[in-house]
Write a protein of this length. Structure first.
Lengths: 327, 535
């Protein structure tokens, strides 16, 4: 039974994935210009000859009709080949793999921080609905959401890296880290991660705290909490039994949506902190019309979305027997 | 939390914060220069897909036959001499016999021929040298150290093509695709620095070539640190993690006022880039065929004030495309002066008068309202310039609508002559040849986008291409400048300047209108002076 449900979901997800790739493929090809002219120097009046451009179009299959190009790309994907970048002719899989590690590390930590701070704060605000704490966290959440990341990143850099010199300014490791011991390298990496992770997570943590608060209030948890306190249960036990379980379902939905964010990268944070991640790779590939790289990253994000949503869907049934029975 | 846990945490934080991670590990005097590179090079293959960053990288790693020095004069590099045949169809280079690749193998004429052959392959997408080498019909290796290039048409600017970075056949010839080859991951050249490592998005490290034929570089190591964000690179400079930065204009004034300014030296170099306005003169609009209108709009702009107040002095009003520091520039010509009254009179004479009193000039019922095509840019300056021009012309009764489009679209519209006027930047080589941009034969299939048809300009651009006599050539190109100026065939606005800030102990930097990296006097001459205590 559960197997059929998974297969049905996978089938639907596959259709969505193919649709997304068709749309992205069409958009990037139908935009003005082409991948060949995207490489031209905007400040030079010289460039490749018409014959050279034609040869390159043939090399990159740009002279074929759009549908044949897409089918060709899809065929390569089925064979496990993401293609080669128009930019430097390197394998797309190699380019993605080289940057995925830093992006996944950064985003995984940001998600942990976001949940680690957002969930307890939200639960506390729900428990103390209407209190000064509740109002205070609400105002703080709105303020944090409104703070532009690039500005905040700059302020944090100036304060902690330039003036106080407590933390590194950029990158994910020091230049000489490879020659140091394991502990030093661990501390070095931790120090490098503080500011980018903060920038990536503060807005999302604020959002999660309000999300959790709203979810708990919707499920009448405060009454359960009051009853539990009246029974003499410890605050942590109350939070675990009534808070976390009540918020679990909506949080699972949120977590499912967060899985693709692991690979999404953040252009602003990667740019400001000089981290060579997938966000910048996508931006640069899109601006250079590097179709194979754009499509490779689209596919990766699409697959992550599918996996995230499928995992969340399966977890609903595991957590809540009512959902399982209803299905 | 227990007291012991608190101490452990405090210790960890202390180690993390204070014990080196992220703190500059290089100090002035250590003979390592760390300089800003604003993005990763498109390729390390030396001749494949050259962009500005890969050209800067290639210029350190390998040499060319000839090169400009910082005063824009040709100097011999791997070629010790060269000569044209009497009929100017053949250009012969005589190579030095003491130049070696970084692996010790001697550089030969065969390597040069290989470089030329490879650079013209479309798969390498060499947009810089392939168009220049296309003028060569054949390259002959006369002997181990002699190379002859044949030109079907005599080409006075033939040397431009021979600035191409040289690559070794024995290292780069094995792979069919140079861009994806092992050579492009670990390139070998014959220049003053050898390749050490490249960490994508982080840095490229080069070490001094001890056996460089023109003397060992003054630095032990040259490190290009990659920062896409200008502000981050500026903060890195403040922290002492960069030794040299070419700053964005908006950060220039801030840097000079900063607390760290005493640690730095600064200078400005004016580049060969020209920001210019192209008026469409193909007759598709009623405005710009008349030279008086073009001159009026140029006179209406107070460029001196704009350059000093808004651009912090980081721009020089331009006369034509020729850089004022170029030996080709006519020193008699001065930028067209700001004269609003003259601008109004010229428009009146051209028949553009505000007949109906609505604040906009008109002629034969047609209001003077035109579209200015501009490519979307991340440069803050562009928006400031557009707003300034719009206001200046509007006060004269001329209305301009800005049409901002993606660069690809900009190119399409410009090539199809579908614009009234456009603005953009061109970066020129030191060569004086403007045939492609201005000759009437280039209107339909070339890059004479503005539809210019001026017999005198046609004659001068053609004569300049045919003339090998340096003095006569100078006369021709100065006459060309005067003609461009008199007819305001193009409205060159500014030569932008690049502000450089560097550690005060780093010396030997030779700015030139090309830049500080890509001349014969580049980073190989940089060195650290004796360290003085910081004030």
């Amino acid at each position: 039974m559960i197997g059929i449900r998974i297969l049905r979901r996978l089938g639907g997800a596959l259709v969505s994935l193919v649709t997304v790739t068709i749309i992205v493929f069409a958009l990037i090809h139908l935009a003005p210009g082409d991948p060949i002219s995207a490489g031209d120097d905007p400040e030079s009046h010289r460039g490749l000859s018409a014959a050279a451009r034609d040869e390159l179009r043939a090399l990159y299959r740009l002279d074929e009709p759009l549908h044949r190009r897409y089918i060709g790309w899809l065929g390569d994907i089925v064979r496990g080949d993401l293609g080669r970048s128009f930019q430097d002719h390197r394998a797309v899989s190699e380019k993605i793999a080289a940057r995925a590690r830093s992006t996944i590390l950064l985003n995984a930590l940001a998600i942990l921080v976001m949940l680690g701070i957002g969930v307890p704060l939200g639960a506390l605000a729900a428990q103390r609905q209407g209190s000064a704490w509740d109002h205070g966290t609400g105002v703080a959440a709105a303020a944090l959401n409104a703070l532009p990341v690039f500005w905040c990143a700059l302020m944090l850099q100036i304060a902690f890296s330039v003036e106080l010199r407590w933390l590194p300014l950029y990158g994910l490791r020091s230049g000489d880290a490879a020659s140091r011991g394991l502990l030093w390298r661990g501390l070095d990496a931790a120090a490098h991660l503080v500011l980018p992770v903060t920038c990536l997570s503060y807005g999302a943590a604020a959002y999660v705290s309000r999300f959790v608060r709203a979810s708990l209030l919707d499920s009448s948890a405060p009454e359960a909490w009051r009853a539990a306190r009246a029974r003499g249960l410890a605050p942590f036990t109350i939070w675990r039994r009534h808070g976390l379980t009540q918020a679990a379902l909506p949080l699972l939905t949120l977590a499912g949506l967060l899985v693709p964010a692991l690979f999404g990268g953040s252009v602003i944070v990667e740019r400001v902190f000089a981290i060579d991640g997938l966000g910048l790779l996508f931006l640069e590939a899109a601006s250079r019309r590097d179709v194979p790289v754009v499509m490779g990253l689209t596919l990766l994000a699409g697959c992550a979305s599918v996996i995230g949503m499928l995992a969340a869907d399966l977890a609903y049934g595991w957590i809540d027997p009512r959902v399982r029975r209803a299905r | 939390m227990r007291r012991r846990d608190t101490w452990v945490l405090a210790l960890l934080f202390g180690i993390t914060a204070c014990s080196a991670p992220g703190v500059p590990s290089q100090r002035p005097g250590s003979s390592v220069a760390r300089v800003l590179m604003p993005s990763d090079p498109a390729s390390l293959s030396l001749i494949g897909r050259p962009d500005r960053n890969s050209e800067i990288f290639a210029a350190q790693l390998t040499d060319s036959l000839v090169q400009y020095d910082s005063t824009l004069r040709w100097v011999p590099r791997v070629a010790r001499s060269w000569e044209f045949s009497d009929d100017h169809h053949d250009l012969t280079f005589h190579l030095r016999d003491d130049v070696r690749w970084h692996d010790g193998v001697p550089v030969t004429a065969d390597d040069v021929a290989f470089t030329v052959e490879l650079a013209q392959k479309p798969i390498l997408e060499n947009r810089v040298y392939a168009p220049l080498l296309a003028l060569v019909s054949g390259v002959e290796v006369v002997d181990r150290l002699t190379l002859r290039a044949h030109y079907p048409e005599p080409t006075p600017d033939a040397l431009e093509a021979w600035r191409i970075p040289l690559i070794p056949r024995h290292r780069a010839g094995a792979d069919a695709d140079l861009l994806a080859s092992e050579f492009a991951r670990s390139p070998v050249g014959c220049g003053p620095f050898r390749f050490e490592h490249y960490r994508v998005g982080e840095e490229i490290s080069l070490v001094a070539n001890e056996d460089y034929w023109d003397g060992r570089p003054g630095l032990d190591r040259l490190v290009f640190r990659i920062f896409r964000d200008q502000r981050t690179s500026y903060q890195a400079l403040r922290r002492g993690e960069l030794d040299l930065v070419v700053l964005a204009p908006e950060l220039w004034a801030e840097a000079l006022r900063s607390a760290e300014a005493a640690r730095w030296k600064s200078f400005v170099y004016s580049s060969l880039s020209v920001w210019w306005i192209g008026w469409n003169m193909d007759g598709s609009n009623p405005f710009f065929v008349d030279a008086r209108v073009r001159m009026a709009l140029a006179h209406a702009l107070d460029r001196e004030t704009f350059a000093s107040r808004v651009l912090n002095g980081l721009a020089r009003p331009a006369v034509t495309f020729y850089h004022p520091d170029s030996p080709w520039a006519d020193p008699e010509l001065k930028p067209r002066a700001y004269d609003r009254a003259l601008a109004a009179r010229l428009l009146d004479e051209a028949g553009w008068v505000d007949h109906d009193g609505d604040g906009t000039r008109d002629r034969a019922g047609k209001p003077f309202r035109f579209r200015m095509l501009v490519a979307v840019s991340s440069m803050q300056i562009v928006d400031l310039m557009l707003a300034w021009q719009q206001a200046a012309w509007s006060s004269l009764g001329v209305q301009v609508e800005i049409e901002k489009v993606d660069f690809q679209r900009f190119r399409e519209l410009r090539a199809a002559h579908r614009f009234d006027a456009f603005q953009g930047t061109n970066t020129f080589t030191p060569s004086p040849d403007l045939y492609e941009l201005l000759h009437s034969s280039q209107r339909d299939s070339g890059v004479n986008y503005i539809g210019l048809t001026d017999p005198e300009i046609d004659r001068l651009t053609q004569e300049g291409r045919d003339c090998f006599d340096p003095e006569l050539r100078l006369e021709i190109y100065r006459a060309l400048q005067r003609r461009i100026y008199e007819t305001e065939a193009v409205s060159a606005q500014f030569h932008f300047s690049s502000p450089v800030i560097h550690d005060r102990h780093l010396a030997g930097i030779h700015p030139s209108p090309i830049d500080i990296y890509r001349t014969a006097d580049g980073p190989r001459l940089w060195h650290w002076t004796a360290q003085e205590p910081f004030p």
